[in-house]
Design a protein around this ligand. Structure first.
Ligand SMILES: C[S@@+](CC[C@H](N)C(=O)[O-])C[C@H]1O[C@@H](n2cnc3c(N)ncnc32)[C@H](O)[C@@H]1O
Length: 290
């Protein structure tokens, strides 16, 4: 009998135990209808470790001295990392044409702007925001920072390298490729002018201790991350964003994500290009006369 034949089908109970353990660790929730994907990916790790039953794997994740490393490994296989430059372009237009001018006015005396890309995957979102900041001449000489975090170390390695194949640029205007990248073989590498304002770090959005390392920010991009979480994990992460944002700071979610039934801490702002969320503040703080 081969190893594969000896591996049992995942029982409902094993699925529940493993799913809940992974959910508690990182917030990603697997519904019953995607159990087969979950089972296949868990199976790959069990094969690697030479474990025959799902109970063995569960015990490994709970009690093995290297359980932390294994949680990180399995999460690598369970996350969806799809991303590309200039994703959801209308929202980026709202950021550069409507949000940035407001923040530039509000932060004029500090001349500092911090943007957090939470769940940045391979970095395209971080560099995209970097391009939009560099394109705004009013920000010349400012202290600018865009930092990206992810729970996958593998995607962060790619992000730090900053070298991308053509597919990553499929919706980006050629102008930006010419001005912010240089060719390396069949791919393109990020220029130093962009690299110098970004940074990347490992972070689990559900890990309170790690989150203490994140300081105050003006804007949070968290796009296409919360769709994989359930309501209670979303509520926790949104409370973190609320905590980290300056008053009047903006939260930009993916187009299929909304705060309806999840958080009332943010106000919905109708901009010309998109609807976005903002941490409440007074008119005075927004720089408007009441
Ligand atoms: C689909 S990608 C989104 C990338 C980018 N924000 C975009 O919209 O193109 C989702 C990313 O969220 C990350 N992620 C999932 N759970 C996370 C958690 N608990 N903490 C940090 N990152 C997480 C995944 O590893 C993945 O790279």
């Amino acid at each position: 009998m081969t190893w594969l034949e000896s591996q049992h089908e995942m029982s409902k109970e094993d699925f529940r135990l493993l799913r809940d353990l992974i959910y508690t660790y990182c917030g990603i929730f697997f519904h019953d209808d995607v159990r087969y994907i979950f089972e296949r990916r868990i199976g790959a790790r069990m094969r690697e470790l030479g474990l025959a039953t799902h109970q063995d794997y569960y015990r490994h994740l709970r009690y093995h001295p290297k359980r932390r490393t294994e949680l990180e490994e399995i999460v690598e296989l369970l996350t969806t990392n799809e991303t590309y430059f200039f994703r959801e372009e209308y929202q980026l237009r709202a950021f550069s044409e409507e949000i940035l001018p407001e923040l530039i006015e509000r932060n004029a005396s500090r001349r500092r702007l911090r943007v957090w890309s939470a769940g940045c995957s391979t970095g395209e979102e971080v560099y995209t925001v970097g391009i939009l900041l560099r394109e705004n001449r009013k920000l010349d000489g400012w202290n600018l920072e865009v930092f990206g975090n992810d729970i996958s170390r593998k995607v962060l390695q790619v992000a730090r390298k900053g070298i991308y194949g053509k597919n990553a640029f499929r919706v980006m205007e050629p102008y930006y490729l010419k001005h912010y990248f240089h060719p390396v073989g069949n791919s393109y590498a990020v220029d130093e002018s962009l690299r110098s304002l970004v940074s990347f770090g490992y972070l689990n959005l559900l890990d309170g201790e790690m989150l203490q390392l994140v300081g105050e920010v003006d804007v949070v991009f968290c796009r296409n991350v919360l769709i994989y979480f359930d309501a209670s994990a979303r509520i926790r992460v949104l409370a973190t964003f609320h905590d980290k944002l300056r008053r009047g700071g903006y939260l930009l979610l993916g187009h299929s994500e909304s705060l309806v039934n999840v958080s009332t801490d943010f106000e919905l702002v109708h901009l010309v290009n998109d609807m976005v969320y903002r941490k409440a503040c007074t008119d005075l703080e927004l720089g408007r006369s009441a």
